[in-house]
Design a protein around this ligand. Structure first.
Ligand code: FO1
Length: 305
């Protein structure tokens, strides 16, 4: 059994590769991006994971369902509602089912397990916690939910701070603790360290589980040189005063993992990383197709053993 910590559009490729290599896979998903819209509860990282594993994900956008239509959203616009968050018609069905089940007393873990069954995927996808945790971005113009900052305002304002509202009082998810404990390897996917992986590392229970599992935990860097492989990771790292490099990522994760996979271009970091008690493995980490996803997954698993 293996467990992957994943979030955002940067993680799903490795998750898919790992699921192709291993038969018993748990994916712990970030919940900091979750939000309410039109009375529906939207969980982008859980959905990206499920759609990606079910081969439904829109590969170009990196989110939502391939070839989805947007008639519902067009009608909302006609009603004068805000439509900056592009919810597709089929995607809306996922949010609606989830919301109805929440209203009927189910928790997010149960609902996510049910969704995995409905989408016929044999990977255990689980939320990092069933409690509400929201990533809040601070700017000079005020604080806003990460989706508002990144999608509505297109990440234009400089970031002055990042916080995870609700993280301190979030209830531990026992499935996550069991998965981390019982796995032969734990992998931190190459998601945004501050907004995809960071909210999970902030949860006390996961911090504790990972520090106990440090020897078998390996991370994959989302940074090559001083640039993110994709998305706004560099912007958030700079704002948090973290060096934008695989070394910066390694330092951030040092309490949680004992090794990190970096790109061959960052091979020179090997010496620097040993000073923070971390092993470093170099390979090509950009995944442009399924073959590259499987190759990186196989490499990571080999190092983790
Ligand atoms: N990202 C965008 O940039 N624009 C969107 O309109 C948008 C809609 C959307 C709908 C459902 C969903 O599950 C994800 C969606 N995303 C959209 C992606 C999302 O904002 C982020 O990529 C993730 O939250 C990153 O973790």
């Amino acid at each position: 059994m293996i467990t992957v910590l994943a979030g955002g559009t940067g993680s799903i490729k490795l998750v898919r590769g790992l699921a192709a290599c291993e038969s018993d896979v748990n994916v712990v998903c970030n919940v900091g991006d979750n939000m309410w819209m039109y009375e529906m509860y939207i969980c982008p990282d859980i959905d990206t994971t499920i759609y990606g594993l079910a081969d439904l994900l829109d590969r170009d956008r990196g989110w939502g369902i391939r070839k989805d239509t947007f008639n519902f959203l067009r009608q909302m616009e006609a009603f004068g509602e805000e439509t900056w968050f592009r919810i597709g018609d089929r995607d809306a069905a996922t949010h609606l089912m989830r919301t109805n089940m929440l209203k009927n007393g189910k928790n997010l873990s149960d609902i996510t397990r049910w969704m995995c069954g409905r989408f016929a995927i044999n990977v255990n996808v689980m939320p990092a916690t069933d409690s509400s945790v929201e990533t809040i971005i601070s700017t000079k113009k005020g604080d806003m939910h990460i989706q508002e900052y990144w999608v509505k305002h297109r990440g234009r304002e400089p970031v002055t701070g990042i916080r995870y509202e609700g993280a301190e009082r979030a209830r531990p998810n026992p499935d996550v603790s069991r998965a981390i404990q019982d796995s032969k390897a734990v992998i931190i996917a190459p998601g945004n360290p501050l907004t995809s992986i960071g909210p999970m590392l902030k949860l006390q229970s996961i911090r504790k589980d990972l520090s106990r599992a440090r020897a078998k935990t390996i991370a994959v860097s989302p940074i090559i040189g001083n640039k993110a492989v994709s998305g706004p990771a560099a912007k958030y790292m700079e704002a948090a005063g973290i060096e934008v490099s695989a070394l910066g990522v390694a330092k951030m994760y040092a309490h949680a993992c004992s090794s990190i996979v970096v790109d061959t271009k960052d091979k020179a970091l090997v010496n620097k990383l040993s000073s923070i008690d971390m092993r470093v493995h170099a390979t090509r980490i950009v995944m442009r197709n399924r073959q590259a996803e499987n190759a990186l997954a196989a490499f990571v698993l080999k190092q983790a053993r």
